[in-house]
Design a protein around this ligand. Structure first.
Ligand code: DGL
Length: 279
């Protein structure tokens, strides 16, 4: 048995957004064991200064690194934009972000090279998507727009569909006139709202999430490094662990609904006090 391959994959985000990536990792790599951290208590990261986002990301990485990990996914665009290179330097395991995979997916899907990017203030200010897209295809036109109202909406579980629709419509209004063929959901929270976003943008605009491409890249890296878990066992006994710094009940509700699977959420104050909520 290869002991390295039995280690877990760490996934982190400022909150529930990274679950959109975790879901795809679980779908593409069902034998793998996931450790997820959502920093719900300090969410949103979007309006924060880069130095603060870097500090928070490092704290989470320190926490997750107490467990045996074989790879880490920064499933947060805001953190990827400012902290990916720093974390890569510090860990000696593969570390993936979500911006490059999202940009690759958009270039693959875009028919006329008119690509919109929506994200947090931090991600849009960093121009990380614009750089990633242009480095693959300098000829594409990129239209970027920050949507700060969408993360709180997703974190709240958007209980009122009418209000949710209005918030999404107002947030996307400036993108409607850009004649886009595709729109990058440049925040991992946004796929949770993709029904509303699709409704507002219309069927001619393809919605691009980095989740699928990030999971594919992870799978390729683990394969090349001989780190895919090949143990033949019952898939049902694989138990992922979900940690949040915030309210575990709210996180639990959203996570169980999105992943469509019973799970437990543990509260962590980053000094390691755990409170368990069983689903
Ligand atoms: N889900 C995150 C992202 O992809 C962060 C959202 C936030 O905390 O503002 O950017």
């Amino acid at each position: 048995m290869n002991r390295e391959s039995r280690k877990a994959i760490g996934i982190l985000d400022s909150g529930v957004g990274g679950l959109t990536v975790a879901k795809e990792v679980i779908r593409q790599l069902p034998r793998e064991h996931i450790l997820y951290f959502g920093d719900t208590k300090r969410c949103p990261y979007g309006p924060r200064e880069p130095q603060e986002v870097i500090a928070f990301t490092k704290q989470i990485v320190d926490f997750l690194s107490r467990f045996p990990l074989k790879a880490l996914v920064i499933a947060c665009n805001t953190a990827t934009a400012v902290a990916l290179d720093i974390v890569k330097e510090e860990l000696n395991i593969p570390v993936l972000g979500v911006v490059d995979p999202g940009a690759r997916a958009a270039i693959n899907m875009s028919r006329h090279g008119r690509i919109g990017v929506i994200g947090t203030q931090g991600t849009i200010k960093s121009a990380a998507y614009e750089r990633a897209l242009k480095s693959i295809h300098p000829g594409v036109s990129v239209y970027s727009h920050a949507c700060p109202t969408l993360v709180p909406l997703a974190e709240g579980g958007f209980k009122d569909p009418l209000a949710a629709r209005q918030i999404v419509r107002a947030a996307l209004d400036p993108m409607k006139s850009k004649d886009l063929d595709s729109l990058i959901l440049g925040c991992t929270h946004y796929p949770l709202l993709s029904n509303y976003i699709g409704e507002v943008m219309g069927s001619s605009v393809k919605l691009i999430s980095s989740a699928e491409e990030t999971a594919r890249e992870l799978s390729t890296i683990l394969h090349h490094k001989g780190l895919l878990d090949r143990e033949i066992g019952n898939l049902h006994i694989i138990r992922h662990r979900f940690f949040t710094s915030g309210n575990p009940r709210v996180f639990h509700e959203i996570a169980e609904d999105w992943l469509d699977h019973p799970l437990e959420v543990e509260r962590v104050n980053l000094e390691q006090t755990l409170t368990r909520v069983t689903g």
